[in-house]
Design a protein around this ligand. Structure first.
Ligand SMILES: *Cc1c(COP(=O)(O)O)cnc(C)c1O
Length: 239
């Protein structure tokens, strides 16, 4: 790996410090205990060298959304104490690769993927933590949206994860729809998460909130926020 220029290191350190302060402030404003929200730094599109800088700054949880990018990065950073979260759409034929480095898959969105992840985790002789990604699109004819199972399918999908011996159901993940007030979207998510916990008390994680809307997510009970650009800066849009 190459080295990261000092100015960039300082920029990353400042971005991280500001994000941690924002989370602390959001916890306090929501009347929640300090430290109740954990941070996953989304490192997609940024080089492994910069992820190493984050690790040196005390970051453990990092998120990636494309296997072909994440697999070599995770391998290059094997000697660092990092926990890889897979947060993107996942094809079933990539399940085996993802299970090779990710501790948790946050984007379980269909039964076929449950089967593939379950077989891959079993073959690897390990347990894989899973979140079910739920769509918060307001209408059912809202178009392709930002991924996730329709709320009507959440319960069955969560049951499928919970019934797979090699998978550990931890909770839900969601992305707020573009153009909607994130408070409204995240309050629907809080209700869905509540309902899920009635059947699966251990599934208490709510991964919600990104750079633009973390405060709203924390107001509505997020236990994990996923921040990329707020910490690492501008990220060119990917096709
Ligand atoms: C890219 C991404 C994020 C981080 O987004 P920022 O706006 O850069 O904070 C969070 N969650 C998912 C699923 C993502 O794909």
């Amino acid at each position: 790996m190459g080295s990261v220029p000092a100015v960039r290191r300082e920029q990353i350190a400042a971005g991280l410090a500001a994000a941690r302060e924002r989370i602390r402030q959001a916890e306090s404003n929501a009347g929640r205990p300090a430290g109740s929200v954990s941070l996953t730094v989304v490192t997609k599109t940024f080089p492994a060298e910069e992820v190493a800088v984050l690790a040196e700054l005390g970051v453990r949880d990092v998120g990636e959304n494309r296997d072909q990018e994440a697999a070599p990065k995770a391998q290059a950073l094997e000697s660092h104490d990092l926990v890889w979260h897979y947060i993107g759409q996942l094809q079933s034929n990539k399940a085996r690769s993802v299970v090779g480095y990710a501790e948790i898959v946050e984007s379980v969105d269909r039964p076929k993927l449950v089967g593939a992840l379950s077989r891959a985790a079993e073959a690897a002789g390990r347990t894989l933590a899973c979140l079910v990604q739920v769509s918060l699109e307001p209408g059912s004819d809202a178009g392709p949206g930002r991924g996730g199972v329709d709320p009507s399918g959440l319960s069955a999908l969560a049951d499928a994860v919970a019934e797979s011996p090699a998978l550990d159901l931890r909770g839900v993940m969601a992305v707020a729809p573009l153009g909607e007030d994130p408070d409204q979207a995240f309050s629907r998510l809080a209700e869905l998460a509540d309902r899920l916990r009635q059947g699966h008390p251990q599934a208490s994680a709510i991964s919600a909130g990104m750079s633009a809307d973390l405060e709203a997510a924390v107001r509505h009970g997020a236990t994990h926020v996923r921040l990329g650009s707020a910490i690492l800066g501008y990220r060119p849009p990917v096709g």
